[in-house]
Design a protein around this ligand. Structure first.
Ligand code: ADP
Length: 662
């Protein structure tokens, strides 16, 4: 076994790799950018090396600097994790040339699978079924449009270098083709520096089912069964499970064989994933799955495979990398129970799943789940990297049991200081079709309104938020806000007014103080009496009944900006508008503002032109994804404040509208 390895990654995956390394007695070296100097993965490592400033191009993508760090610290091997340089064949080659070991497949294997078009050609040759479509060299828009006609609509345009759902556009009819092609090319160029695309038939009732494979350096390969990743949004996985609901032995054997064939065709060693698209319109049938691509690295969702097989995939990666043969044969492997993974992100779901940032003022995970995380309480989610907070993984003896466990685990996960997608995930785990195992990649989009539905926050949540904002719930201790009720502030007026905002809804609360612990709180939705219980900071008596809840307040620039109330497994997050900018919330219809920091890719609006509700005004790129900002109502474009290529901050005014000329 290695005695020391360097982990060329950050966040949860770096921490997860270190956990196994430690168990195997392997010392670890972390790398970090300036933004991550205090990060969890740095604290967990035996040693850490700074590699550059925050932007990934100057830090986590600096292959030479990373290899030099490995040499300087005496690491014998480099684990790339996922993302960043993990699928970069040059990186693997250079590591090799430096006399170190790349923990992953050979550069040739990565290269063979690196581009979706070339990979499909290799798989066709190996007699693995591939999705029908065009994956040749020609790229003239007219030619590609003809190909789309031949394939038959709907089609999917994919950037050949794509990943993470980027550079992909579904096209339903010929009229949309040209625009979609441009979008896919633009995103491909921006994210991967390659605007080459391929066209695929869009498969009906699509399900994404992938097979985990593991190969060694002696030509052997096995599969570790499937994962169903059909619950997606914008082609990005949201929830994964293993095994796939409705999977038959016959289909599993066929898919497993195809995946092992794929791995062997390229002499694959290490852990990899062969992704298939499955037509699920008529159950799972062995003649209805097609190769999409192979990920030549550890996958984000690998923990669910670990849960159902009892194996440690990172340990296996390390063993294979030192040259050991696979420690088992296909017939030794079996599936135990059922597992789910939910990806918990800092993102504003009602605002269109916008990545969010913030300081995690409070963070508690459920003990019923495996929580793979790279952040601790007090850490910051910055705009520089993926806003993943944690992967919540549960395992049960049956799908039903695992579902129940996930519902409980999410209810027990408490996060304050940023908005998260927890309520959305919880709604998915309550979704009737999903609960029955009826999954396809369109489920989330189709049922989005129901999944986003948030009732009005209960009066108690509003009341507690208001009491907390006023500082009347005891001293606000950032570490543990409810550990102490000491430090009562001096009483000012007996009545306070607080405005709280949730998305487009505003709550105007009046808090009347009876004495130090008894409050009467009213808003447009009702009135309640709240009495705090002495020395029990998470308890209160509400209209005569004992209730328990928790809250946390988050400050930005010394001002309370956010309150999170945890009540009955739900988290209610309220913005506390700054008095000065309060007016902005009144009518969002006229002003189109940047919902997050980003780059203006394209201004679609034209001054003086009439627009209808929903018309695209500005295309913004943020976190390497394009977001189209649309008109909130009919009107005329009065003023445009930005141009293509401008960098904008959260809240910047981009375009203003006036009512349409009569
Ligand atoms: P990426 O590398 O960006 O993740 P993939 O090729 O793996 O892209 O595809 C991502 C997702 O897009 C799939 O999981 C699936 O939901 C959807 N998808 C891909 N190809 C097809 C297809 N031909 N028909 C229907 N859906 C598809």
């Amino acid at each position: 076994m290695f005695s020391k390895i360097l982990i060329a990654n950050r966040g949860e995956i770096a921490v997860r790799i270190m956990r196994t390394a430690k168990r195997l007695g392997v010392a670890t070296v972390a790398i970090y950018s300036d933004a991550d100097a205090g990060a969890m993965h740095v604290a967990e490592a035996d040693e850490a090396v700074r590699i550059g400033p925050a932007p990934v191009a100057q830090s986590y993508l600096q292959a030479d600097t990373i290899i030099a760090a490995a040499k300087a610290t005496g690491a014998e091997a480099i684990h790339p994790g996922y993302g960043f340089l993990s699928e970069n064949p040059k990186f693997a080659e250079e590591i090799d040339q430096a006399g170190l070991v790349f923990i992953g497949p050979s550069a040739e294997a990565i290269r063979a699978m690196g581009l979706k078009d070339a990979a499909k050609a290799v798989m066709e040759k190996a007699q693995v079924p591939v999705v029908p479509g065009y994956h040749g060299e020609r790229q003239e828009p007219e030619f590609l449009a003809e190909q789309a006609d031949t394939i038959g609509y709907p089609v999917l345009i994919k950037a050949r270098a794509g990943g993470g759902g980027k550079g992909m556009r579904k096209v339903d009819e010929p009229g949309q083709f040209a625009d979609a092609l441009q979008g896919a090319q633009r995103e491909g160029k921006a994210s991967f520096g390659d605007d080459h695309v391929l066209i695929e038939k869009y498969v009906n009732s699509p399900r994404h089912i992938e097979i985990q494979v593991l190969g060694d350096q002696h030509g052997d390969a096995v599969h570790l069964f499937e994962r169903d990743c059909s619950l997606q949004r914008r082609h990005q996985k949201v929830i994964e499970e293993a095994p796939a609901p409705g999977m038959t032995d016959e289909m599993r054997a066929a898919m497993g064989d195809a995946a092992v064939k794929a791995a062997k065709a390229i002499g694959y060693s290490g852990a990899g994933t062969v992704e298939f698209i499955v037509d699920g319109s008529d159950g799972l049938r062995p003649d209805r799955f097609w190769f999409m691509e192979m990920n030549t690295r550890l996958q984000v969702e690998h923990p669910i495979t670990e849960a159902i097989t009892g194996l440690d995939l990172v340990a296996l990666q390390l063993r294979v990398a030192v040259g050991e043969p696979l420690p088992f044969a296909q017939s030794d492997l079996a599936i135990y129970g059922h597992a789910f993974e939910a990806r918990l992100y800092a993102e504003d779901v009602p605002k269109g799943f916008l990545p969010a940032i913030g300081t995690l003022d409070y963070l508690r995970f459920s003990s019923a789940a495996r929580n793979d995380t790279g952040v601790r309480e007090g850490d910051e989610i910055t705009p520089h990297y993926d806003p993943l907070i944690a992967k919540v993984i549960v395992h049960g003896s049956s799908r039903h049991e695992a579902l129940a466990k996930m519902r409980d685990a999410l209810a027990d996960t408490l996060i304050a200081g940023t908005v998260t997608n927890k309520a959305f995930l919880a709604a998915l785990f309550r979704h009737e079709g999903f609960s029955k195992g009826e999954v396809d990649t369109g489920l989330i989009d189709r049922d989005l309104p129901g999944l986003l539905h948030e009732g009005s926050p209960p009066m108690l949540a509003q009341a507690m938020a208001a009491i907390a904002v006023l500082g009347l719930a005891g001293e606000v201790d950032r570490q543990d806000p409810w550990s102490s009720l000491s430090g009562w502030r001096l009483w000012g007026a007996a009545q306070h007014y607080v405005k709280l905002v949730q998305g487009k809804k505003a709550f105007d609360l009046r808090v009347s103080l009876r004495n130090a612990r008894d409050f009467k709180v009213s808003s447009q939705t009702g009135t309640i009496n709240v009495s705090l219980v002495e020395r029990a900071p998470d308890r209160m008596i509400v209209d005569g009944h004992m209730q328990s809840l928790r809250f946390a307040v988050s400050e930005v620039f010394g001002r309370v900006a956010l309150v999170s109330v945890f009540l009955n497994g739900e988290t209610f997050v309220f913005d506390v508008p700054d008095g000065v900018t309060d007016a902005g919330y009144a009518d969002p219809g006229d002003d189109v503002r940047a919902p997050m920091p980003g780059l203006v890719k394209q201004v679609r609006a034209k001054t003086g032109h009439d627009v209808s509700r929903g018309d695209a005004l500005v295309v913004l790129e943020a976190m390497k994804m394009e977001h189209t900002l649309a008109a909130a109502r009919d009107g005329t474009v009065a003023e445009i404040y930005v141009a293509d290529g401008d960098q904008v901050s959260d809240g910047d005014l981009l375009v203003s509208l006036v009512p349409e000329k009569e």
